[in-house]
Ligand binder design. Structure first.
Ligand code: FES
Ligand code: FES
Length: 160
């Protein structure tokens, strides 16, 4: 006898430090859950196939592409989005560096860059080449990357 699969599942997780309880369709993508169900529209959706990195969020300390992760896979996890970076209206150090170094133009890619950077240990990516490698999974169509690299260097203390 075939087993009937549940169409919806209850999930409990933490999002930006706040507990979230929800019933989600099993096929709901994490990006859609964050944006449409929780109203956290800072997570952007570009390619929808895991290539551009715009949808990157922090899932238990690791950067994941929320356009190819199911919401049910975040059950029991701690998720952080770009909305969770600033504290009491004060930008994180990296956000402030992006602002100072003009590391964004349209800003569509920016949340993904910031969330990738928030999960990366600079010690694993030394030097200017290391920064480029750390960011190689995030695409930007506007800046030419110069301002982004400069912003990261200013925080990580690396010179070109
Ligand atoms: Fe997820 Fe491009 S929208 S990687
Ligand atoms: Fe426009 Fe990066 S600032 S895509």
């Amino acid at each position: 006898m075939a087993t009937e699969l549940a169409a919806e599942i209850r999930v409990e997780l933490s999002v930006n430090g706040e507990p979230v309880h929800a019933v989600v369709p099993v096929r709901r993508l994490l990006a859609d859950f964050l944006r449409d169900d929780l109203g956290l529209t800072g997570t952007h959706v570009g390619c929808e196939q895991g290539v551009c990195g715009a949808c990157t969020v922090d899932l238990d300390g690791a950067p994941v592409r929320s356009c190819i992760v199911l919401a049910v896979q975040a059950d029991g996890a701690s998720v952080r989005t770009v909305e969770g970076l600033a504290r009491d209206g004060v930008l994180s150090q990296m956000q402030a560096a992006f602002k100072e170094h003009h590391a964004l133009q349209c800003g569509f890619c920016t949340p993904g860059f910031l969330m990738t950077l928030s999960t990366v240990d600079p010690a694993d990516y030394p030097g200017a080449e290391g920064i480029r490698e750390a960011l190689s999974g995030n695409l930007c169509r506007c800046t030419g990357y110069g301002g982004i690299i400069a912003a990261v260097e200013s925080v990580w203390g690396e010179s070109p």
